[in-house]
Design a protein around this ligand. Sequence first.
Ligand SMILES: *Cc1c(COP(=O)(O)O)cnc(C)c1O
Length: 334
Amino acid sequence: MQLGKYPRAKLAQLPTPLEFMPRLTKALGGPKLWVKRDDCTGLATGGNKTRKLEFLLGEALAQGADTLITLGAVQSNHVRQTAAAAAKYGLKCEIVLEKRLSQTNEAYERNGNILLDKMLGANLRYVPGGTAMMPAAEAVADEIRGRGGRPYVIPGGGSNPVGALGYIDSAQEILRQSGEMGFAVDTVVVATGSTGTQAGLVVGFEAAQSGVDVLGICVRQPGPVQEEAVFKLVEPTADFVGLKHAIARERVMADGGYVGEGYGVPTTGMIEALDMAAKLEGLLLDPVYSGKAMAGLIDLARKGKWRADQSVVFIHTGGQAGLFAYEPVLGGPR
Ligand SMILES: *Cc1c(COP(=O)(O)O)cnc(C)c1O
């Protein structure tokens, strides 16, 4: 499947590395664990949204937009990467931020991604938790059009068929790299939230008829609910790229066992995962997404989900800027 026909703006350092994790593999007694370093996409501390934004910004520029509008939680990594993309291409950036967490602290409100959003020049508007976010973003778009501007609205997490192209591309990259390195990928494990990352991966691996399983680890809702949400994006994404064969619903797999109390709320598994990744591999995960996804991978490996000779690729989706917002949880005794 060729992605060359879609408008694309260069933002990411690609390909990102695919690295073996020998010490984590040994600590868990297998399977063979690899990490796809999508935390190294390079834009303002990187992360998975940069791949999606290459196609979203490509479309925005093709339409002559002068302002990017998007939305997210206060510590959204997507918002930070969108603000950086807008800055790099000289567009204005308007952000609607949802105060989604009921219990926060000064670090969460002011440090991490929010500090970087401000440095990157985005205009931030806050709305209460539970606000209908897309209508709120559309209202900002109307306001900007009213002033003669040309807004382009990016949905939460950049998750629509255009954004998902970035993860079709990533799936192709993983197949190419693992082939060059001489191993076959059995399962890809990835944090799944707004769904675009997993949907793009599923379409990419299925289009290539690779047989690779994509296991999403949920960060905000139960597995069956997340699977439906991901599948709802798989279908239009497959249509958008003109995939000839249908993708079976069973190819969308999400495990809701590691969410804990909810989105952005720390779990002991997440804290252990951050600790193991850091101390065994020098790898920094994040508290909201990749940490919970790695908690899932660690637990499932311990429970014997994979044979020791199988290969599992963990997609590091980034988010390390969020570590600084969680210092009160992660920093230990003073
Ligand atoms: C957004 C995000 C995800 C989840 O990707 P979705 O496409 O929203 O499902 C995973 N990890 C990090 C660090 C993210 O910022």
